[in-house]
Ligand binder design. Structure first.
Ligand code: 13P
Length: 251
């Protein structure tokens, strides 16, 4: 059975002290509450170890926002999947559109990152999504299908079962323009059909597909009520407990 997940992506926000405080405040807000989804926070690399050792990681899963496409060695400034795993983090966001756009991450590079993440026991949260021109010219399904096929379909089914997908239409990220509930469901159903065609119905049914892009307390309930929307990857609204908790509680 697939899981409902609400994951925060802090992006490049919060000093170490601010991040620790935010994680502890979120832990306090979750403690003793029965929530119907898994809660994850995606923090900058430097926060991972401190946060993982300061909070109950069964209550809040910890995710990196990236990892290197090489295992180890002379790659100055890079952080490997093994290093991420050694902090206590269990997840890694891969292929975010900001990484694809600003840091030139291609599906070929992402394929390496996914393999290394899996080899080190991390669950990739693999992001896909089209830009506005692609949607306006009716190419959005093709774009998303290509990202999934080139980034992930080399995996055998037993490995693909470990992947979480996040559909993040680029035009909705940080813009305040959310995909409508209908647009989200339509794309999520298409993604699940694409997975079923390659791996079969059971793998497709078991894969969690999150929506990301200006999701907030006001629209989360409607988005999550769709049969193929299994949660959210939340940017801006994950930076405060007051904004993030209502999204967690939308399930
Ligand atoms: P916003 O929620 O700020 O639109 O960001 C979404 C996102 O990019 C999450 O990865």
């Amino acid at each position: 059975m697939r899981k409902n997940i609400v994951a925060g992506n802090w992006k490049m926000n919060n000093t170490l002290q601010e991040g620790l405080n935010l994680a502890k405040d979120l832990e306090a807000a979750l403690k003793g509450k029965k929530v119907n989804c898994e809660v994850i926070i995606g923090t900058p690399f430097i926060h991972l170890a401190s946060i993982a050792s300061s909070i109950d990681t069964k209550l809040i899963g910890i995710s990196a926002q990236n990892c290197a496409d090489k295992a180890s060695g002379a790659y100055t400034g890079e952080v490997s999947a093994a290093m991420v795993a050694s902090t206590g983090a269990k997840y890694v966001i891969l292929g975010h559109s900001e990484r694809r756009t600003y840091y030139g991450e291609t599906n070929t590079i992402l394929k390496e990152k996914v393999a290394l993440a899996l080899a080190n026991g991390l669950t990739p949260i693999f992001c896909i999504g089209e830009v506005l021109e692609e949607r306006n010219s009716g190419k959005h399904f093709d774009v998303v299908e290509t990202q999934i096929r080139e980034g992930l379909f080399n995996l055998p089914a037993e490995d693909f079962r470990k992947i979480v997908l996040a559909y993040e239409p680029v035009w909705a990220i940080g813009t305040g323009v959310t995909a409508t509930s209908g647009q989200a469901q339509e794309m999520h159903a298409f993604i699940r059909k694409t997975l079923a065609a390659n791996y079969g119905e059971s793998v497709a049914d078991d894969t969690s597909i999150l929506y990301g892009g200006s999701a907030n307390a006001g629209n989360a309930k409607e988005l999550f009520s769709n049969p193929d929307v299994d949660g959210g990857l939340i940017g801006g609204a994950s930076l405060s407990v007051d904004k993030f908790m209502p999204i967690v509680e939308a399930f």
